[in-house]
Design a protein around this ligand. Structure first.
Ligand code: TRP
Length: 349
């Protein structure tokens, strides 16, 4: 059976979203909502797989869930067009994840590089949830039979695992799947990654070889969506550069990571090509370019931060949006989960 095209993606609830999140992920999600049925999930069940100190405890978690929701809406995600909700409000995620815990093999999970990175040296002390994280992610996607999953490079391996789980499930329960009316035996589709292009990889303002990250100890390394105009301008002014003038051709950016990053940010924010930016600023000094970039960044980021603050001032409204999204998500996932139960052999009323 050919399944309808459906987009699913998830984001961790973290309070401080920055320009890298905006240009790297949010813009793509927002674009997809014009062409596809999209389901976007704040993955709070995933957030608690790490130690409580990492996600900050209950007060912080609630705030982060609402903040990331506000950020998406402020950036242009329309909760009427897309389904926007937090994972823990839709019980099918955890339910299907349990079934997948019994489908996925230890050997598959042992290969996951993100687990190794996050668990660090003391693997014995990592939570079981962190280990099973990719199974929950597979459940997020397949509970909706999503076909397209926009993610960054770092999530590709998890998506391959989701494909393996879908395939093994289809195979393990082949007879009952066919009996349920799936003549081709395909109960779960193979979800495809929609990889965010390298053009939108935003790097640290202090080191052009490192990704812009919320965990960087220097706040000068990133532009937060909630930064005030003068802060944005100051951070760009202080951004690391090199002593050469800007090149006139894109080739001239190679080996100059800081210049490449700033030009890339300018291009992405103004939605033009790098070549176009260099045709305007090539040959000039960084000082002039930085001034233009600061103005552009303030113009684009300022309204997002203001809208986030406005939305955060009405928590009840955000909660209402999440509740409405959860009801719509549940309406899709429940019938699929019911079929999973039938196919696996559970008795249900
Ligand atoms: N693991 C993803 C990340 O850290 C977040 C995520 C959870 C996700 N479930 C998902 C992404 C399902 C896409 C689809 O970025």
């Amino acid at each position: 059976m050919a399944f309808k095209e459906r987009v699913f993606s998830g984001m961790q609830p973290t309070g401080s979203l920055h320009l890298g999140n905006y240009l790297g992920a949010m813009l793509q999600w927002i674009k997809l909502q014009e062409t596809h049925e999209c389901i976007y999930c704040v993955v709070d069940l995933h957030a608690i797989t790490q130690d409580v100190e990492v996600w900050g405890g209950p007060v912080e978690l609630k705030k982060s869930i609402r903040q990331v929701t506000a950020a998406y809406i402020a950036c242009g995600l329309d909760p009427k067009k897309s389904v926007l909700f937090n994972q823990s409000q839709v019980p099918e995620h955890a339910e299907l994840a349990w079934v997948f815990n019994c489908v996925a093999r230890l050997g598959w999970l042992n290969r996951m590089t993100q687990f190794k990175e996050k668990a660090g040296k003391n693997r014995e002390n990592a939570s079981v949830g962190l280990y099973a994280y990719p199974n929950l992610m597979a459940a997020d996607i397949l509970a909706y039979r999503a076909t397209h999953v926009p993610v960054g490079e770092d999530q590709k391996q998890h998506l391959e695992l989701a494909r393996d789980i879908a395939q093994k499930f289809n195979n393990d329960f082949k007879p009952s799947i066919e009996q349920a009316g799936y003549a081709d035996g395909i109960f779960f589709p193979q979800p495809e990654p929609v990889i965010t292009g390298p053009a939108t990889r935003v790097m640290s303002l202090r080191d052009g070889t490192k990704k812009m990250s919320k965990s960087d100890p220097s706040d000068l390394s990133r532009i937060n969506l909630t930064d005030e105009a003068d802060v944005v301008a100051k951070k760009i002014q202080k951004a690391k550069t090199d002593p050469e003038p800007l090149p006139s051709e894109a080739d001239g950016l190679s080996g100059r990571p800081e210049a490449e990053n700033l030009v890339g940010i300018y291009a992405a924010l103004s939605n033009v090509s790098v070549e176009k930016v260099l045709s305007e600023f090539g040959g000039g000094q960084f000082s002039g370019f930085k001034k233009a970039l600061a103005e552009l960044a303030v113009e684009k980021v300022g309204p997002i931060g203001a809208e986030m603050n406005r939305l955060m001032g009405d928590v009840a409204e955000i909660d209402r949006i999440l509740c409405d999204g959860a009801a719509r998500a549940h309406a899709i996932a429940k019938p699929i989960m019911d079929e999973v139960k039938d196919v696996v052999g559970f008795v249900r009323s």
